[in-house]
Design a protein around this ligand. Structure first.
Ligand SMILES: [Zn+2]
Length: 280
């Protein structure tokens, strides 16, 4: 089933897929999905629908946060790092509970410093997580990190590196949602400095799956976002209730290795840049 009524997008019309089509193409009941993020709340903004959809399918969802986001405040006097870390870990657990994720781990890196970690150290650490969890699919950031955050980009690189070292046999999908959010929402997101200068990037190069969420999965995502009380207020205010819901209803995933490309081949659309390149 194809949903063609979903969010307006500035360029070519694209075919939006219900998340259940993605999860059932990628995973089977009893499988394990490993989601690897940089900060508490990344999972809820960027991958919540896929994680909740997988859990609904009977998949074990394991979520990793590499840091606790302990510097994520404009008020470090009231929320010094140790206090904010404890609060954000609690929020993360609440959010993952809302998504039906059964397991969460925090790797203990310093918020904002992931790009300073030697590449091989981060990659080796993620590799150990992969070996312990033995996932059937992995979800993380694409190379842009959606927002341009260096922590996001580092965690994405470590994950891609760890899977590549293991032969790239585990399907890897990355979130490219920043490329499909409608421009009016992105303008409002800029007003709360959600993106680094130059981000989000235009449509991803190569095939990706644009996803729309509705019904219970969308409600689960909104519940998960609400758990991150220390973080989500300014964006919710900037977007308004309707805009916030439209933002939450959109996700997008790129199959990042051959294993994922094979599984998602029937669901992907090709970005305009590649269509133009093919036509040239
Ligand atoms: Zn983040």
């Amino acid at each position: 089933m194809t949903n063609t009524t979903a969010p307006s997008v500035p360029t070519n019309p694209i075919t939006w897929r219900p998340v259940a089509e993605v999860t059932s193409a990628l995973l089977r009941p009893g499988d394990t999905l490993l989601a690897i993020w940089a900060h508490p709340d990344d999972e809820s903004y960027l991958g919540a629908g896929l994680m909740a959809g997988a859990a609904r399918l009977g998949v074990r969802v394991v979520s990793i946060s590499v840091t606790l986001g302990e510097h994520g405040t404009d008020d470090p006097v009231s929320f010094p790092p140790a206090k904010l870390a404890a609060l954000r870990e609690q929020e993360l657990r609440g959010a993952l509970g809302a998504l039906g994720a059964r397991s969460v781990a925090v790797l203990g890196y310093e918020d904002g410093e992931c790009h300073e970690v030697p590449e091989e150290v981060g990659t080796e650490h993620i590799g150990r997580v992969v070996d312990a969890v033995r996932p059937d699919a992995v979800l993380t950031f694409d190379s842009d990190g959606v927002t341009g955050h260096a922590d996001h980009q580092a965690v994405g690189r470590w994950t891609r590196g760890a899977l590549a070292e293991r032969g790239d046999v585990t399907p890897l999908v990355t979130t490219v949602v920043g490329s499909v959010w409608p421009v009016d929402l992105i303008d409002q997101m800029h007003s709360v400095s959600m993106f680094y200068p130059g981000y989000p990037l235009p449509r991803p190069a190569g095939p990706f799956v644009p996803v729309t969420l509705s019904g219970d999965v969308l409600e689960q995502k909104l519940s998960a976002l609400r758990e991150h009380r220390s973080q989500v207020g300014p964006l919710e205010t900037a977007l308004g209730v309707g805009g916030y819901r439209r933002m939450a209803a959109i996700e997008a995933y790129r199959p990042t290795n051959e294993a994922a490309t094979r599984l998602l081949a029937d669901l992907t659309v090709t970005s305009p840049s590649e269509e133009m390149a093919t036509a040239a």
